[in-house]
Write a new protein. Sequence first.
Length: 459
Amino acid sequence: MAKFSDLPLELLPIILVHLIKPHHLASACLVNKLFHTFAVPWLYNHVSIYSWHKEGKTKVVRLFDTLSRSHQLAKHVHRLEIREFPKSLSNSGITILNTFSKGLRNCTSLRGCTWTRDGSLSSEILMALHSLQELQELEINGNSDGNYNPVYLSHFTRLTKISIIMPRLSVLSQLTAWLPLTAQSLNSFTLICSSSHIVTDKLLEKLAPSLANVTHLNFTGCLKVTHRGVWAIISSTRIRTLQLKGVSVKFDLTTFTDRCMRADALRYLRSITLTVDQHTSIKRWTTDVLNLLSSAPLEVFRIYSTGDLLDATATDYLWTSLVRTHGHRLKKLSVHRMLISIDSISGICLFCPSLEELFVLIEPHFLNDLVECLSHAKSLRILHINYPFEASLNERATISQKNALGVVQRCSSTITQIGCNTEVGRTVIVDERGELSVRLELLSYESPDIPEAFLVVQT
């Protein structure tokens, strides 16, 4: 009889990659020496600690204590996400910071670091990160006041990706000195604010020459950013991803579209995220958007409304035209806080053969009609259904396990994730006693990556 130990060693990493939860990987490390050899690098490859994790603050301290003591373990860390931190440090605070600094310096293979907890970033941590030669991506909290010296940011000159959350004026002022130093390598730039008035067109115009190589651009919650500032940047770039969420109400989409069309500025664009104000003329906005994207090789389209748009038929022309022009390429369509009609969804599922991800807002009583549409989406992997807020108050806010499984069973066999409002599940295929038939089961979502539906959107 064949034994598990008879399997070729090269299959073990392929098996371990399906262990999603860290504690499952930790258990695999204890099986034997061979499992330990293959499981440890995967366990430490991507380390993330969020504020909602149980005893998150304690876990952060323990993590860096381990990393500071063991260079062998720390060298396996390629991506680090610290979204929780013990803000109130006691008299042992200096010792803890030294432990954090040493632990970071031991992560010699670190390529991406996220450190976004307000008040947790320090000059010592920035200096430790700067010592890491492999670091390419940096996402930080922009509140430097009393926490760190923003001048240290200029030491990072080889970054490919910069994301700044809630930047203060002191950090924004440093950008004009910092970005030119990393301009050659930088291809992704993000500013995420909370109704900020300090990120302005004037600032973006100053930064534009240093962002010439950027292909991914994201401005969220920047209430003073208009078409003028965005155009100053993308007019000289080969932009591939553009996210504009919660920018100025004075953003003139008609003028922006005209400039982009004349310069063919979006000829490389594959992904766009736009916000539509609920007081905007949908007809005018739709015309501008379709013209804006007319020459783009679009694959991803996200749209957010600043308020619930409850007339599902109001956007039918948008979806019909979008599918007609880009349907053969579209891989992801995400609609938030805007009802979409069943007829439009049907057209999307029928005429977007490469569609892999779909996020829609529908009335609960249209669920059965939606399922019929989904049966035509042959490449669908991820599905998330939202209900209008008013409907969620009066009816069950999520799909029952039974109904969710029924939806999955009507979808293509490619489906791996389904969600409704605040619940997300993943699908698995279970063999039945070696027979050829299979059955689908729904399990709880386990990945450390946050589903898009739960990401905070600034509108």
